[in-house]
Design a protein around this ligand. Structure first.
Ligand code: MN3
Length: 201
């Protein structure tokens, strides 16, 4: 079985000026594609991956044969995390969280602004390469945390609602070392309809 690239719901240039076209193109066609290729190479000949989504695989890391576990966690995580990241961005810039999600954010974090501050501060504090996530936990709580490298919250049993890529390849061409500027700009292209439906489903 071969895993496949997702179909983007927008063109590489659609997230301008917040995320530039060149970054999007390289990020999708080189970085993500490379994770996918390496994942497919790693699982080749292992029938236990047949018909299994990468999310399912990463949810049960202990079931991955030990000789390919690291390769599958890194490259399968790279594939899953990037697919998720593309899915929560949109060229329609005026979306807002649904009432149920907003209520939950307000009761969990105090206010939407407090949530935004926490999400960005968590991202700025993350050392090296990784991701920041808003997740729903098993006991129906919301949490913001970062993962290193290509680790994914589904391996912790958490359901991802929103994420941002903190690897320098996600922003270096346009923002160089200014991760904060990337985050402030990226905030404008979040697809809150998608994040809300992740929460409600
Ligand atoms: Mn990336």
């Amino acid at each position: 079985m071969k895993y496949e690239m997702p179909i983007l719901q927008y063109s590489f240039g659609d997230l301008e000026p917040f995320i530039d076209k060149e970054t999007m193109e390289i990020h999708f066609t080189k970085h993500h594609q490379n994770y996918l290729n390496n994942l497919n190479t790693a699982v080749e000949g292992f029938s236990l991956f047949d018909g299994k989504s990468i999310e399912e695989v990463l949810t049960n890391v202990e079931l991955i044969p030990s000789e390919i576990r690291k390769a599958v966690v890194n490259n399968g995580g790279g594939h899953f995390n990037h697919s998720f990241y593309w899915s929560i961005m949109s060229k329609d810039k005026n979306k807002t969280p649904s009432k149920p999600l907003l209520d939950k954010i307000n009761t969990t974090f105090g206010s939407f602004d407090d949530f935004r501050t926490l999400f960005i501060e968590t991202s700025l504090k993350t050392f090296g390469s990784g991701w920041t996530w808003l997740v729903e936990t098993k006991d129906d709580g919301l949490k913001v945390y970062s993962t290193s490298n290509q680790d994914s919250p589904v391996s912790n049993g958490d359901k991802p609602l929103l994420c941002v890529d903190l690897w320098e390849h996600a922003y270096y061409l346009k923002y160089q070392n200014r991760r904060n500027e990337y985050l402030e700009n990226w905030w404008n292209v979040i697809d809150w309809d998608k994040v809300s439906s992740n929460f409600e489903n």
